[in-house]
Design a protein around this ligand. Structure first.
Ligand code: ADP
Ligand code: MG
Length: 281
């Protein structure tokens, strides 16, 4: 019997599909991407999913603050061969695995073909035993952000009701459409004053995208302006852990639930990191 169950486990392991990749991005900065990435990752992890959060923000990443970890190692330690990929993983709340990015990613541009291949192989291993890779990016349509976005199964575009944020979110959708992105594009309206305002913004952007770009933009959900989030940041704690009963926690959980059941996509996500490196560098 024991060997039978062992066999079964082995079968399940070998047939389990690679992690779904969700990239969180926005046109404009300061719209809440990093907080959303961290809290969604924690929600998924609470439900027993194995989640790795990858910080692909080259500039001012603050994931370490929100997750209250010390980014002792980042991706550059793996790039220069000082550490293996496994050794640069940090552990945040609920066992969420975190890879810190920082300026390390810029070094990718200087790698030779052999080093790039080695890196792709290492990163691809990350997808094997996990359910989700959540990628937090910088704002804007920089080539690295586009590369991560195009290679992922799902993209979560974050906007706020601010006109500039909406315009930039649309610009991002336009770039994705122009590159024939074939995954799912979800829009999240953050810092809305009311659910109605959020829904109105979603409908507006989705209808323009449908009409002019012939592309579907799904509604990931609405997050209201909530001072619990600011209190949590001050305490270096993710809001879903610090304020489990707050409205924003329920909203984040429902967004995580929605993203986790999104249909499997045409994207061959086995090659996620290969695509990123091919496109970006
Ligand atoms: N729902 C919200 N309610 C209140 N403040 C928010 C909310 N979302 C984001 N913020 C504020 O926006 C700031 C920027 O958030 P952050 O996640 O770092 O954005 P990004 O990663 O897009 O630059 C936070 O420090 C917080 O003050
Ligand atoms: Mg950020």
């Amino acid at each position: 019997m024991e060997s039978e169950s062992h066999q079964l486990t082995k079968l399940m392991e070998s047939t389990s599909k690679p992690a779904d990749v969700i990239t969180i991005t926005s046109g404009k900065g300061g719209v809440g991407k990093t907080n959303i990435a961290a809290n969604l990752a924690i929600c998924l992890s609470t439900w027993g999913k194995k989640v790795l959060l990858f910080d692909a923000d080259l500039s001012l990443g603050n994931l370490d603050v929100i997750m209250d970890i010390n980014c002792k190692y980042n991706i550059s330690h793996a790039l220069n061969g000082q550490k293996s990929i496994d050794e640069i993983i940090h552990y945040g709340p609920e066992g969420v695995e975190i890879i810190c990015g920082g300026s390390g990613l810029q070094e990718l541009a200087n790698l030779n073909t052999f080093q790039k291949q080695r890196l792709i192989n290492e990163l691809t291993k990350l997808q094997k035993d996990r359910d989700f890779l959540v990628i937090d990016t910088a704002a804007g349509i920089a080539s690295s952000v586009i590369a991560f976005s195009l290679a992922s199964d799902q993209i979560l575009i974050v906007t706020t009701p601010e006109a500039a944020a909406m315009t930039d979110a649309y610009a991002m959708i336009k770039v994705l459409a122009g590159n024939n992105y074939n995954g799912t594009i979800n829009l999240l309206v953050n810092m809305a004053d009311s659910k109605d305002e959020g829904k109105r913004i979603y409908r507006h952007i989705a209808s323009v995208a449908s009409r002019f770009l012939d592309i579907n933009v799904y509604n990931a959900g609405i997050l209201l302006k909530d001072k619990h989030l600011i209190d949590a940041i001050r305490k270096r704690k993710p809001v879903v852990k610090e304020f489990p009963k707050a409205k924003i926690t329920a909203s984040l959980a429902s967004i995580a639930a929605k993203l986790s059941v999104s249909p499997p996509l045409q994207n061959d996500n086995k090659a996620f990191f290969k695509k990123v490196v091919d496109w970006f560098f």
